[in-house]
Ligand binder design. Structure first.
Ligand SMILES: CC1=C(CCC(=O)O)c2cc3nc(cc4[nH]c(cc5[nH]c(cc1n2)c(C)c5CCC(=O)O)c(CCC(=O)O)c4C)C(CCC(=O)O)=C3C
Ligand SMILES: [Fe+2]
Length: 346
């Protein structure tokens, strides 16, 4: 059961003003996102000099994982490729092939199931392999939203944000994730599960983190809605929700972007900017919990997911939902695909 590399597969983001529009065109190709929305989002990027932090954050997380691999005596070179911007995954897989990689594990930088968070990364794998020809076999690691290390890292970040607000009584904790179209959510996961894999996993992760952090009252809301306004997406939006909380007399909020692993542009714009501003308008105290990628447990988590595959270890997870996301060469998830005996590429 040999693997000779790890492919770190992420979303990608621009690294200069001229890269913003071509990046956005890659993201939204054929997805019916209105032009006005694109221009508005381009403004968010230009506000930061056209540079998304996402590539830098991925490189830093990769460096931490490389250290952890070395510390655990695992010889697995890490290659970085993106869906939407350089380094493009097609180029990365071509390099891997040229370097003689025959079989690699893939870590996608999303903890969840659903189309945008999981299935689209399978499509990226398929596209990249097709572009290269006689490509290495690529085995994707599972979804990790309910892994104890993920839950612990997010819970500590939530605790730290509460401490920032002075641990006063009456702080409301609000978990947020990227909104997706209602139809995409309903259609996510195996039909036998009843759909809504994405929003159910988000709700489950929020429940686990709240329990770990000792928080009784919390909300799960959505952010960064895109697409034409007449199409329903998951609601409520975080900014609207702050109005509701204010009307209820809530005076302090901790916002945890549980749907993301890093402080990329959607986090720093939609939360640190828009949501924080709305909270300030209402005179509400606001603290945003950090994302888990900079926590040492994140690198440990990635290496533990790798070890599951290398050693046929059982999955370590806190929810009762079936583990999912392990696929070979971009095939869709199958029932029980992450059980040790059914894992692809054994
Ligand atoms: C579920 C989900 C995640 C979490 C899972 C994961 O992390 O993979 C995620 C992550 C991200 N989304 C990102 C950026 C964007 N997402 C967009 C558009 C969309 N996202 C969607 C969903 C998600 N997105 C959807 C259903 C659309 C509509 C168009 C389509 O169906 O594709 C658009 C287009 C403009 C707009 O309309 O907002 C942009 C620029 C960045 C990078 C930020 C940076 O640059 O730092 C990251 C990490
Ligand atoms: Fe997105």
């Amino acid at each position: 059961m040999g693997y000779d590399a790890l492919l770190w597969l992420s979303f990608g983001g621009p690294e200069g003003p001229d890269e913003v529009m071509p990046f956005l065109e890659n993201v939204t190709r054929g997805r019916g996102v209105p032009r006005e929305r694109l221009l508005e989002v381009a403004e968010h990027y230009q506000h930061f000099g056209g540079v998304s932090p996402i590539n830098r954050l991925n490189r830093a997380a990769i460096a931490a994982v490389e250290k952890q691999l070395a510390a655990e005596g695992l010889d697995l070179p890490v290659h970085f490729g993106n869906r939407n911007w350089q380094p493009m995954v097609e180029d990365t897989v071509a390099t891997m092939k040229a370097e003689g990689v025959r079989r690699a594990l893939v870590f996608p930088t999303s903890a969840y199931g659903g189309y945008s968070a999981c299935r689209q990364y399978d499509e990226d794998i398929e596209r990249a392999r097709a572009a290269v020809g006689e490509a290495p076999d690529l085995v994707k690691l599972r979804q990790f939203y309910d892994h104890p290390l993920f839950v612990a890292a997010v819970a500590d970040a939530v605790r730290a944000a509460h401490a920032e607000l002075g641990d006063r009584p009456g702080i409301r904790t609000v978990f947020t994730a990227h909104s997706i179209p209602e139809t995409a959510d309903r259609g996510s996961g195996l039909p036998t599960e009843g759909g809504r894999r994405y929003s159910r996993q988000i709700a489950e992760a929020a429940r686990l983190v709240a329990a770990e952090a000792g928080i009784a009252e919390y909300d799960v809301v959505w952010q960064s809605r895109s697409g034409p306004p007449q199409i329903p997406w998951l609601e409520p939006d975080i900014v609207d929700h702050l109005d509701v909380l204010h009307a209820q007399g809530v005076e302090a909020v901790v916002v945890s972007p549980i749907g993301f692993v890093s402080d990329h542009l959607e986090v720093i714009w939609d939360l640190d900017n828009e949501a924080a501003e709305r909270a300030a308008e209402h005179g509400m105290a606001f603290a945003r919990a950090s994302t888990p990628d900079t926590d040492p447990r994140f690198a440990e988590l990635v290496v533990e997911l790798i070890r599951e595959h290398l050693t046929d270890a059982p999955v370590r997870k806190l929810s009762d939902f079936p583990a999912a996301g392990c696929t070979l060469n971009g095939a869709p998830c199958a029932v029980g695909c992450c059980e040790p005996t059914k894992r692809p590429g054994r």
